[in-house]
Design a protein. Sequence first.
Length: 201
Amino acid sequence: MGVRLDPRIAGTDHVAAVIEKMEQRLGQLTKIAGAAWGPCAAHLKTYYTGHVLSVALYAMEVWAPWLSKAASEKLEVLHRRGLRLITGLPQSTRTMNLYMEAGIPRLHDLLHLRLSKAYERLARLLQDDKRREVLATATMTEAGEHHKQMLNQFSVGDARLPLRAPRNYLAHETTFAGRISFGSTLKGAMSTLPPREQRSV
């Protein structure tokens, strides 16, 4: 399925392949992205997310939770390199400003979001579904805790269903709202949404 497994389940072989492929594709992006020439930032972002970032995100829930900090940082460095290419920002730009300018979060945050969505899908299954056994694993237990923290952080409601929810999901079992904006507060005085839209969150 495109994921390389090693005996220690450390993801070393797969990460090496991902890094090699990302470096190759970032090289291609470098040839078409210039500070004063080339496609606009929106087109570069589309190219990056579809052709480069997708390599790192593919089946990330399977291999990324077991990565070492060093391997995770190597991927993050490549990710930041791609963001600088699409935004045109210099090396001196602060890391958080780079993510905000590009409108793309860290790989670490993307992993947690994807794990939260996986937890949500599993938790909505019927009680007798065998797939619910995955919820007992350490990775899903951690994802469940992060899921709860994320709900509290963004003040989301408890009656919203994600889009394309399968019919065998139980709406009352979980409280994930499908509307979360990176770097935004949805409700309250610090909200980035107008009052009319806040009432619908």
